[in-house]
Design a binder for this molecule. Sequence first.
Ligand code: SF4
Length: 249
Amino acid sequence: MALDPRRAAVWQAMGLGPVWQSRGSAPVAAEDRTATVPAVEPVQASAAAVAMDWPTLRERVASCVACGLCKTRTQTVFGVGHAQAHWMIVGEAPGAEEDARGEPFVGQAGRLLDNMLASVGMSRQAAGATEAVFIANVLKCRPPNNRNPEPSEVASCQPFLQRQLELVGPKLVIVMGRFAAQSLLATEASIASLRGKVHGIDVAGRRVPVIVTYHPAYLLRNLADKSKSWADLCLARSTYRDLADRAAQ
Ligand code: SF4
């Protein structure tokens, strides 16, 4: 799918175009292009995150004032999990509990995510990289009243997530929720049309498969869609196993 020209211009200016550009996603019917992230306005890149190591990146995020969310956050929410986890989970932004505790996906939604991951043998606490996930959000600070992130906030924060992806070097990425999926895959397609397929992003010159699924907070309100989420996790697991099998040959 063609990238929104304004968004493409911003990402190009930030040197992010090839990293975030999705290739291989199936064309999406016009009727599926319903709820979309708003168009990106031109902004300055917030952080020269390129080549930062983990401690420097953590410090830079913790002290970041690159967008207005720094004024309303309690603290930044960097991410959690194994630094070389084979899976990386990407959500939208911290909520109230995450903002208070400094960790992504906590509370009821976090417990649901942990249970979902456990069902496929993965965990944020795993000591071994092969069973571990690293969990991060597109935004590291909570939007007030859980409003949708602004395009300029996403653009300001994107180098941090990009660097996290590069440092973790995941074999597979799962994006949770419409906003994260549209941001990471640089598309305006609906989550319904993005699910059930293996997408891909380029991270440090390597193609990484991406699976799209619902955000656990959405699943708490829409129990009927849990079975779809289970199917997404099964797709993630089979995709990961295929990769491992190919690597072993
Ligand atoms: S959301 Fe990201 S860019 Fe904005 S202040 Fe927080 S860390 Fe910085």
